[in-house]
Ligand binder design. Structure first.
Ligand SMILES: NC(=O)c1ccc[n+]([C@@H]2O[C@H](COP(=O)([O-])OP(=O)(O)OC[C@H]3O[C@@H](n4cnc5c(N)ncnc54)[C@H](OP(=O)(O)O)[C@@H]3O)[C@@H](O)[C@H]2O)c1
Length: 336
């Protein structure tokens, strides 16, 4: 029987996540009981809201207990099964955790099939929750019209980079906000953004004013905080502000920055709506088949940032929370 290297939560971060907030442990890999299967974890996708799972709990409102295994969405392959719905060789996506093997009854798991023309890792971003987030955030809440000015924050990230491109394909003039010159260059040279703002180097309100002379028709918010506030200050009549994420605030637990410019929503008769992608789970196939076709035709690009080995999972989380990642942050767990 093989060993299962896994990470547990050792302590709660005070603000920034530190490597010492986690402990790597090893156990014997368990055998599945009746109704269960054993899956080998192939990939993990490491995303910013995992930070909230360490303290305030985020949308689940339940922080991971100290000493418990660290959560994470991943892609696994069934290697042993005593559950009639799962056969050896099936690929599954779900809460696999920061570990090499997981035992499951199948609750919360989704069986998936890779597209032959795309790498299996794409099931964790453009053909996963990130892709669905960009797709439903745009079609259900942003509702782009030709000629709209669309501003996107964390624009070079997993969700943001897809939103920028979907907006451009639907006729928007897209302004991306990201945290490095290299990311800004990718946005304008490769993804078709009209302008890119480096929020770590530029004066964001000033640059937004230059880049959006007719105001912002759609702001797709991945970060919250001062960038959300600056965008609210520039919304156009009838604007749609789509609240997707608040990455700049996840380290602050319950002490979030409140936007001062929210009353512009009244002046501009605009709307601001939050959404949760898993409310659209029954339509993921629609999103994924459209996105896959766009990738296959070369109209949609994505970037992956891959760290090899389960031992690098904490580093992956620190990277997404500091912007060191370039593209979707993945950990390749299985070596074959
Ligand atoms: N509502 C939903 O259903 C839903 C579903 C999926 C994801 N989300 C949210 O969508 C957002 C994006 O997720 P993702 O998986 O695509 O992650 P991501 O954008 O690939 O990675 C996070 C990025 O956020 C940026 N960032 C980190 N700290 C920041 C700060 N203090 N201020 C501004 N930007 C900062 C970094 O890029 P820079 O280098 O540009 O700083 C980093 O690369 C997250 O907030 C996530 O919680 C929501």
């Amino acid at each position: 029987m093989s060993q299962n290297d896994h990470w547990t939560v050792a302590s709660r971060p005070e603000a920034e996540v530190q490597p010492g907030n986690f402990t790597m442990e090893t156990e014997e890999t368990a055998s599945p009981a009746d109704g269960e299967f054993l899956a080998e974890v192939r990939w993990l996708v490491v995303t910013p809201p995992l930070r909230m799972a360490l303290t305030s709990g985020g949308i689940s409102r339940r922080p991971i207990p100290i000493g418990a295994k660290m959560r994470s969405t991943g892609l696994g392959r069934v290697v042993e099964s005593r559950n009639p719905d799962y056969a050896v060789g099936d690929l599954v996506i779900g809460e696999l955790g920061w570990q090499q093997f997981t035992i499951s009854k199948g609750t919360g798991m989704r069986k998936v099939r890779p597209r032959l023309d795309l790498p299996e890792s794409s099931l964790l971003h453009v053909l996963g929750a990130g892709g669905a987030t960009a797709y439903f955030g745009m079609c259900e809440y942003a509702r782009p019209r030709i000629g709209d000015t669309l501003v996107v924050s964390a624009a070079a990230g997993n969700v943001g980079s897809l939103v920028c491109q979907l907006g451009r394909l639907q006729g928007c003039r897209v302004v991306g906000i990201a945290g490095s010159a290299e990311k800004c260059q990718w946005l304008t040279k490769e993804l078709g953004c009209a302008e890119a703002i480096n929020y770590k180097a530029d004066n964001v309100p000033e640059r937004l004013q230059q880049a959006c002379p007719r105001g912002i028709d759609i702001y797709f918010d991945n970060v919250g905080g001062e960038i959300l506030d600056a965008c609210l200050g520039l919304i156009a009549q009838g604007a749609r502000v789509v609240l997707c994420g608040g990455t700049s605030q996840y380290n602050h637990d319950l002490d979030w920055y409140g936007p001062k410019n929210y009353f512009n929503l009244v002046y501009k008769q605009a709307e601001m709506t939050g959404f949760y992608v898993f409310n659209f789970s029954n339509r993921f196939e629609e999103a994924h088949s459209r996105l896959a076709n766009l990738v296959a035709s070369g109209e949609l690009k994505y970037a992956e940032d891959v760290l090899e080995g389960i031992e690098r999972a904490p580093e992956a989380l620190i990277r997404v929370l500091t912007g060191a990642n370039f593209g979707t942050q993945l950990v390749k767990v299985a070596t074959h």
